[in-house]
Design a protein around this ligand. Structure first.
Ligand code: NI
Length: 178
């Protein structure tokens, strides 16, 4: 946080299935794994492209009821908030704790849309189109925020629920930051 490259609006990916793109994706997946993160966006490693990776395919301890988020490589994403099924109108927001590999050692409660549709493509240019909720929806919104220069502290409304991870959650390891 503080690096100007995190504040840019990232450029769309225009060439798919290239060696350079596949190498970049491998680098991002390695970086995410090494940091034990829930996701990673290209601007976080200084690359000005609309590319995010997220999901481990495994359950997250903080969200024991949430189905695992599949490992996903998403290019040029577009997010559409959705109303809850059966809701008359309006989009439900839910609050939960987030961290970020670019904001180490801190956590805050961040409001996110509960349910979204996201579209984009994979590194081969094949379309991705999913409707998701819960933790999956939160991770996608967090990662895609990195592509428009938004870090989660910019979304915080209640700074009483913003602090150091080891103070807020003594004994918790710092894994699964987004
Ligand atoms: Ni992040």
């Amino acid at each position: 946080m503080g690096d100007a490259r995190l504040l840019r609006t990232a450029k769309p990916v225009t060439e798919f299935d290239t060696d350079a793109l596949h190498l970049l994706v491998l680098d991002m997946l390695d970086t995410m794994r090494a940091a034990d993160g829930a996701g990673l966006a290209a601007p976080q490693i200084g690359v000005d492209l609309q590319l995010v990776v997220f999901g481990s395919g495994e359950r997250i301890a903080r969200y024991p009821d949430a189905p695992p988020v599949p490992r996903t490589i998403l290019l040029n994403p577009v997010i559409t908030p959705l109303a809850e099924p059966g809701a008359e109108s309006g989009f439900l927001e839910i609050e939960d704790w987030e961290g970020c590999l670019s904001v180490p050692g801190l956590r805050a409660v961040v409001p996110r849309f509960a349910r979204i549709r996201y579209t984009g493509s994979d590194p081969y240019g094949d379309p991705i189109d999913r409707t998701v909720d819960g933790f999956h929806a939160r991770v996608v919104q967090h990662e895609c925020d990195h592509l428009i220069g938004m870090l989660y502290p910019m979304r915080v409304r209640d700074f009483k629920r913003f602090g150091f991870t080891d103070v807020l959650f003594p004994g918790l390891d710092a894994s699964h930051d987004e």
